[in-house]
Design a protein around this ligand. Structure first.
Ligand code: HPA
Length: 247
């Protein structure tokens, strides 16, 4: 059984071709974004699932988050590292920064967001949506790799797939959001329902709407995300070196 899973977002480990598809158990919640793959990173066996599918085809509101977390859980994952690309709202979250968020505000709607069915009352504890132990281990990996991480931040999760208006970003700023993305929820809550520890590496790929003179440019976003995801991959390698070394 494999303890760790990485859910990758736009770019990054999506292209980890050395990872082989696992025979997938099937989910009562439907099809996951892709067949999860398995491989080793620095000696640790790790499951990888591309949230948007391979090739990238599923918009954030169409991702089957329940099936994704369900298959990873069935395959034995107990800890999930989520990779996200986000827009920066707070000046601290400048383009290129890697944020390790500690909180979430959920602005999504209409997504299948729980495993509880109508006959079941399920109130999970979610005061701190991100696992503190994983966050601290990631911060330590950052220090040891010489990769700067922003410790803490509020991830405001919008519905998408459109970007936000400037006024929506102003409101999110007043709400205390540091960054804005479209995929933290319901992923984090479903991981909690499954009892899996969860943390996010959120790479800032653009200033949020209205926070820069020019409009959001998708080509710039993909260039920033290519460079940033290389840093994220290096960080993940150091994270697993340390995990394996600690065993
Ligand atoms: N808004 C929402 N999601 C995003 C953004 C953004 O500006 N950038 C990357 N993902």
């Amino acid at each position: 059984m494999t303890e760790f899973a990485i859910i990758c977002g736009s770019g990054g480990l999506e292209r980890a071709t050395s990872f082989a598809p696992v025979t997938c158990p099937g989910s009562r919640y439907g099809a996951p974004s892709e067949t999860p793959r398995i491989g080793t990173i620095e000696g640790a066996e790790v499951l990888v699932l591309a949230r948007h599918g391979v090739p990238h085809r599923l918009a954030p509101h169409l991702v089957n988050y329940r099936a994704n977390l369900d298959v990873l859980s069935q395959l034995g994952a107990r800890r999930v590292l989520a990779l996200n690309t986000v827009g920066g709202i707070h000046p601290r979250a400048a383009v290129g920064a890697i944020v390790l968020p500690h909180q979430i505000v959920d602005y999504t709607w209409g997504r299948e967001h729980t495993y509880a069915d109508a006959a079941e009352l399920l109130h999970v504890e979610f005061t701190d949506p991100y696992d503190d132990i994983l966050r601290r281990r990631m911060l330590a990996a950052g220090t040891s790799a010489g990769i700067e991480l922003l410790d803490g931040g509020v991830y405001g999760c919008t519905q998408g797939p459109r970007f936000e208006t400037a006024a929506e970003i102003d409101r999110m700023d007043r709400d205390g959001c540091t960054v804005v993305g479209m995929t933290a929820m319901p992923e984090a809550a479903l991981a909690r329902e499954k009892g899996m520890a969860y943390c996010s590496l959120s790479l800032v790929v653009n200033p949020a709407a209205g926070r820069a003179d020019n409009a959001i440019d998708l080509e710039v976003i993909s260039a920033v995300s290519r460079e940033g995801m290389q840093r994220v991959e290096r960080l993940i390698r150091v994270f697993f070196q340390r995990e394996v070394g600690a065993r």
